[in-house]
Each structure stands twice: as structure tokens, then as C-alpha cells.
Design a protein around this ligand. Structure first.
Ligand code: IVH
Length: 688
């Protein structure tokens, strides 16, 4: 790129980056996604690399974070609070390791000892203790000068979210100690807090990080005191002294002083162990109680660290491995109300496709009408979308700063967009529901659910095919699926298709595809009672309840005849579920649907009556990663043996299965004296 053009682009990038930093650090209200910010920053760094004359001392590539807000007193950090270099691939991680070997002059085969830590997605702060007392604390600010938020920091932990900011240290603490760490809001606290803000008519926060930053950076500490903030320590400095030989020792010392230190931190010998740690953390990131956006890798030996030193912005002894972004900015191209199998109308935003958590996303949910109004999402808006784990991506917020005036509001439909029937919203409900008994969209949703993997598991029968079957009038109820003829399938597969359903076979000869589907349908007839009950879509009957009902009743006929009292006797079935199940089984049309399925040849095998065995009637909690099976498979194996899997450890837990890197649940089990087995022990129990 010629220099004049590069100079223009560099100026533009700097302006955009600065505006984004201001919005993020000062206003706690992002206008770029982290991923967009990183991309622009990388582009600027590339330009400055190619044209060194363009590099200015105040370029965002040379500075850390945003400038401190004028609203707070400024404090200079005795030692600058640096940023971290980012890497996103194994190759870049290898380069980091290779650089360290080179700088230290050590052989490539002598592994460097590292400490790996979850990269906490909160707000970095520094706490200064003098004579064992907390004297002041500050945000990172621009790395050199931060904001004095001492009074606010004193309240962190006061609501018991964790140990928080200690006011005083035990005797024997160094005369001056600077502790660095992250102030954050745990996910559950974030959600509860946003609910409270909404109820009070105040704007909610986009994500836990913004909420933590917004809560800490209040002018009135009394507001901060109402927010359940946590503090986790990860660095410490004793000016003029070197009390620890390794980072690991330093973390232990922080814990001994009473600070919360992350129990997930791990010691790694060499880069291979770092990568294994990162993979384990990435797999578990959505189970952790707080948001993480990567893994921080630090050289453990503090002498080596001193030798490695720092570049202008970040130390050479540490690096952040960033996960693929879970949040992205994109534009809404259309909003529509999708009608689900239960008739609920869900507003959905169609967006310009973006990569999110490793997949391309083109749609995100807006949940319901209230959310849509509250977030004021318009067609044409730039929005942040976010995906956490397996859940459907959602629209987090619009970015009104990027509006052009062309955006249009979406009018929520007054009738079902699919069948035109009246929509109703029951007292206390968030959802509008279509009342059309013959609504094709509901039927498509029910068929899709019927064919799902954990239901009848009809491979290849996805959303689009279900829609085509309904549209052509080939299927009006479940049993019709088994009567669709070869020629009809063939025709469906001959239709021109731009896109295919997930799991649908790649384009192949229509005859072949048709035969595959007929085979899949034939296979699905030999099913289990649990799968069939789940597939029917009985209100309140999810996969787990279907399993309990199947075990308790053993046959379709017995379930259809069970009264409310008999239903309530089943584990996990309360009065409301019993009432709704009975209302469903009591409806002659539903009974006929089931009878026609059985007549079509569906043959559910009774669930093995799981009495006896080590899991029968037991509540089990899975924590950590298992190397021989997935979480889902482990859960299914326990349930098949009559056990129940729960997400949290309590006094009612009978057994905790602790895999690799088990964390807080394992600790809790220890505290409550719950029996714990490791993976080998678990496999042995499964074999019994
Ligand atoms: S160490 C120079 N450890 O990452 C060492 N930082 O980009 C920097 N962060 O502002 C701090 N988790 O907010 C460190 N376990 C961890 C961290 C962590 C999150 C954040 C911190 C800092 C940013 C650096």
C-alpha cells in the first residue's frame, strides 16, 4: 500500500479504535465486538510494521486500554499494569514458546515450566496494602495511570459472592504489598442483577464484564455495594524484594493471606501440557461460574521472567491464548416471528453471517416481544450477537451509535404469521401463542422434534424436509411419516435446494436419498418407550421425565391409563406436571395419534427396570472432563441404570464423578463428605 493511503487508513483505524476504547473502558458500553477490535488493532499493527514512520507514541498499538475517566481521581501505578499479547492458534503459541527458548538461550528440548490460568473476563485492578491494611486500589486505566476506586473496592465481596477485597492482611504480611487481579461478576449474579435492574426500569448490562466494570466504576460506592462483585487475585508485587521463586509459590502465598486464587490454575511442564490444559479449559468454559475468554500462559520461574522482561505494551514472559469469539457484531437484515411446535411465537433476527464460537451464524433469537422492545432492535441495526456453548445464539444489544437513520422497527404480528389464527398471551406469560389447531408451523416443529436424535432419531429428517412434507400435505400427523411413499420422497429430494438441513445427506441421487430416509424411518420403529414418550411432545415431558415415566409405567397403555395420583408417584413428577400430562393423555385425539403410531409399526421396548445396581435411585453429579466418553454419554449411562444426574452438589448428592480438572464441585463434595470416584472408579461402577 502506498504510504499516503496507508497513512489515511492508519489514522482512520486509530480513530475507530480510540472511540471503541472510550465506549468500552469509560462508558462500559461497547460499540465494537472484541473480535472486531482485535481485527482492527492487528490491521493497524500490520500497517505500522510495514511503514514504521506511521507509528505514533500514542497509537492504540503502543498503549494499554483506555485513558482513565475524568470522573475519578487518577493514581499512578508504581509498576505499569501491562497488557498481554494475544495468540489464537497453536502455531502462534509455538512461536511464543520458541521465542522464550531463544531469549533464554535454552535448548528447544528443555521444556519451560509454565503456569496456565483461565483468562478472566472482568476488569483488572490493583490493590495496595501498607502495614497489612488496604490503603488504596485502582483500575488499570491506560496502564500507567488508573482510576482511584478505593471506596468502591472496599465493598467488593461484601455480599458474599467470594472472599472479595480483603481490608486487612494477617500478621506477617509484607510491609507493602501490591495485589493484582480481576474484579468480576459471576454469571448467575449477573443474570440476577440484570433482572433487578429491569424490574427497576433501568437499562441492563450487555454482559458480565460490562456489568462488573459499570458496577465498580460508580461515583457512589453505595451503589457498588449493592452489586455482588467478586475478586480473584493473580499477581503480587513486593517493592524492593523478591520473596518468591516461582509464580506458583506466589499464588500459594496469596491464598495463604486469604485472597481468592483461582482453583482452576494449573502448573504445566512445557508447551504440550499447556495445550492440553487449554483444551480442557475450553471444553469446560461454559460450566465455570464466570466468563473466561481464553487462557493466560505465564513463565513460572520468576528469575527467568526478570530476564525476559517486557516490551512496550506487554511482558515477554506471558501470553493470552484467546478462544474463538463468542460475541460478534453484525447487521440485522430481517426480523420475523418463528412459530414453534408448541405455538410460541419467537422473534428471530436474520443477520449477515458471522463466525461465532467456531460456527457460522446467520440467525439469532430475540426471545420474546418484551426483550425485543427492551433491547430496541431494528431491521438494519448493527447488533452484538452472542453464543454461549450449545445454546442458540442471541442478540445481546443493538449498537445505536452505528445507526444511519434507515433502520426500521419490527411490528410484532397480531395473528399467527403461518396460519393466520389468533395469537394470545396468557396472564403472566412472556410468550404469544398461536391458537390454530391446524397451524402448519406447529406441525413442522412437532415433526422435527419427533425425528430428533434423542427422540425417534430419524437420520436426515430435518427442518426443511419436515416443512416440505407439511406444505405438500403429505403429513398431517406423526404416523403419516411412515406412509410417505418412495416416489414422494424422491420428488422431495429432486426439489431445487439452496441449503440443506443439518444432518441431511449431501446432494446425491434422489433415489438414494429417498431410500436412505425410508431405511431411517424403518429403523426408528424399533425404539424405546422413553424415546417415544419424549418424541410425542407431551407438555412438560422432556427427555429426563420421559425416562422416569417409561421406567415407572413400562408401556404406552399403562401411561395412557395412569391418573394424576399415579403420575405424581413418579420421581420428579409434581402436581403441575401430572396435571398437564393427564390433560394430554386424556384427550381422545392424542390417544388416537399414539394408537396410529403403534398401528404403523412403532414398537417401543420397555425400559429395563433398573432396580438394584450402584446407580439405581441415586443422584449423581458429573464434574471435570472424562477421557473415555462425552458428558452426554456418561449421563445417559447413569440414567439407563436408574440414576439421576444433577448439576450441583448438595447434601442430597449420592456420588460425584470427578474427571480431569474437576473444580469447585469436587471441593464442595469434600466439604459435604459426599462420595467421590474418579473416571476409573466410575467405569468400574458402570460395569457392575
Ligand atoms: S496477568 C502482564 N492473569 O488480561 C500480566 N491477566 O490483557 C497481565 N486477565 O488486563 C496480567 N485473567 O484483565 C493475568 N489470569 C490472568 C488474567 C488476566 C484475565 C486480564 C487482565 C488484563 C488482561 C491483559
Amino acid at each position: 500500500m502506498p504510504t499516503a493511503q496507508a497513512a489515511r487508513r492508519a489514522r482512520e483505524l486509530r480513530e475507530r479504535l480510540r472511540a471503541a476504547e472510550h465506549a468500552y473502558y469509560v462508558l462500559d458500553n461497547p460499540v465494537l465486538s472484541d473480535a472486531e477490535y482485535d481485527r482492527l488493532l492487528r490491521e493497524l499493527a500490520g500497517l505500522e510494521e510495514a511503514h514504521p514512520g506511521l507509528r505514533t507514541p500514542d497509537s492504540p498499538t503502543q498503549r494499554v486500554g483506555g485513558s482513565p475517566s475524568e470522573r475519578f481521581e487518577k493514581v499512578a501505578h508504581r509498576e505499569p499494569m501491562l497488557s498481554l499479547g494475544n495468540v489464537v492458534s497453536d502455531e502462534e503459541l509455538d512461536e511464543f514458546d520458541a521465542r522464550i527458548h531463544k531469549l533464554l538461550g535454552t535448548g528447544a528440548d528443555a521444556p519451560v515450566d509454565y503456569v496456565a490460568e483461565p483468562k478472566l473476563d472482568g476488569l483488572a485492578v490493583e490493590l495496595v496494602y501498607q502495614g497489612g491494611r488496604f490503603v488504596h486500589g485502582a483500575t488499570r486505566g491506560d496502564g500507567v495511570t488508573g482510576e482511584d476506586v478505593t471506596a468502591n473496592l472496599r465493598t467488593v465481596g461484601a455480599l458474599g459472592a467470594n472472599r472479595g477485597v480483603l481490608q486487612a492482611l494477617p500478621a506477617g504480611a509484607p510491609p507493602r504489598l501490591e495485589v493484582r487481579g480481576e474484579v468480576l461478576l459471576q454469571k448467575a449474579h449477573f443474570e440476577a442483577m440484570n433482572r433487578r435492574l429491569l424490574a427497576a426500569g433501568e437499562p441492563p448490562f450487555a454482559n458480565p464484564r460490562n456489568a462488573a466494570a459499570g458496577s465498580l466504576r460508580q461515583l457512589d460506592w453505595r451503589i457498588t455495594a449493592t452489586r455482588p462483585l467478586s475478586f480473584i487475585a493473580y499477581e503480587a508485587l513486593v517493592p524492593g524484594a523478591r520473596p518468591w521463586a516461582t509464580h506458583w509459590e506466589k499464588l500459594a502465598a496469596l491464598a495463604a493471606l486469604g485472597f481468592e486464587v483461582n482453583a482452576e490454575n494449573g502448573r504445566c511442564r512445557g508447551l504440550a501440557e499447556v495445550k492440553a490444559y487449554r483444551d480442557r479449559m475450553a471444553a469446560r468454559r461454559f460450566e465455570l461460574p464466570y466468563d473466561t475468554d481464553g487462557v493466560v500462559v505465564k513463565v513460572d520461574d520468576l528469575d527467568l521472567r526478570a530476564r525476559l522482561g517486557a516490551a512496550s505494551k506487554a511482558p515477554r514472559w506471558a501470553v493470552a491464548f484467546k478462544y474463538p469469539p463468542q460475541e460478534e457484531a453484525t447487521r440485522v437484515t430481517r426480523i420475523w416471528a418463528s412459530v414453534g411446535r408448541t405455538g410460541v411465537l419467537t422473534p428471530v433476527a436474520e443477520v449477515e453471517p458471522v463466525r461465532l464460537g467456531g460456527a457460522v451464524v446467520a440467525r439469532a433469537t430475540l426471545h420474546n416481544e418484551d426483550e425485543l422492545r427492551r433491547k430496541d432492535i431494528r431491521v438494519g441495526d448493527w447488533v452484538l450477537i452472542r453464543r454461549a456453548g450449545e445454546v442458540i445464539p442471541e442478540v445481546v444489544k443493538s449498537i445505536p451509535e452505528r445507526r444511519t437513520g434507515e433502520e426500521r422497527e419490527f411490528a410484532f404480528p397480531a395473528a399467527c404469521p403461518e396460519c393466520g389464527a389468533r395469537v394470545v398471551r396468557q396472564e403472566g406469560e412472556k410468550a404469544w401463542r398461536c391458537t390454530g389447531a391446524a397451524c402448519p408451523a406447529q406441525l413442522v416443529g412437532r415433526l422435527r422434534h419427533f425425528a430428533a436424535r434423542r427422540a425417534m432419531d430419524v437420520e436426515g429428517l430435518g427442518e426443511r424436509l419436515c416443512a416440505a412434507l407439511v406444505e405438500r400435505g403429505l403429513v398431517k400427523e406423526f404416523a403419516d411419516l411412515y406412509r410417505v411413499r418412495f416416489e414422494d420422497w424422491q420428488q422431495l429430494f429432486s426439489r431445487p435446494r439452496k441449503e440443506r438441513d443439518e444432518g441431511e445427506a449431501p446432494p446425491e441421487l434422489p433415489e438414494k436419498a429417498a431410500q436412505n430416509l425410508l431405511d431411517a424411518l424403518a429403523r426408528s420403529k424399533a425404539t424405546t418407550l422413553r424415546r417415544l414418550l419424549f418424541a410425542l411432545g407431551i407438555p412438560q415431558v422432556g427427555d429426563a421425565t420421559a425416562g422416569q415415566l417409561a421406567r415407572a409405567f413400562g408401556s404406552v397403555a399403562a401411561l395412557l391409563d395412569a391418573d394424576e395420583a399415579a403420575l405424581q408417584a413418579v420421581r420428579d413428577v409434581g402436581p403441575e406436571v401430572a396435571r398437564q400430562v393427564r390433560a394430554w393423555t386424556g384427550e381422545p385425539r392424542n390417544r388416537a395419534v399414539v394408537e396410529r403410531l403403534l398401528a404403523a409399526g412403532v414398537e417401543p421396548a420397555a425400559e429395563a427396570a433398573a432396580s438394584g445396581g450402584p446407580f439405581a435411585g441415586k443422584t449423581v453429579v458429573l464434574t471435570g472432563g472424562l477421557s473415555t466418553m462425552s458428558r452426554d454419554d456418561a449421563k445417559a449411562a447413569i440414567e439407563r441404570r436408574g440414576g439421576r444426574v444433577s448439576g450441583s452438589v448438595s447434601r442430597k448428592t449420592d456420588l460425584v464423578v470427578a474427571g480431569d480438572e474437576a473444580g469447585s464441585k469436587l471441593r464442595k463434595a469434600g466439604e459435604l463428605g459426599v462420595r467421590v470416584v474418579d473416571e476409573a472408579g466410575f467405569l468400574a461402577l458402570l460395569g457392575e
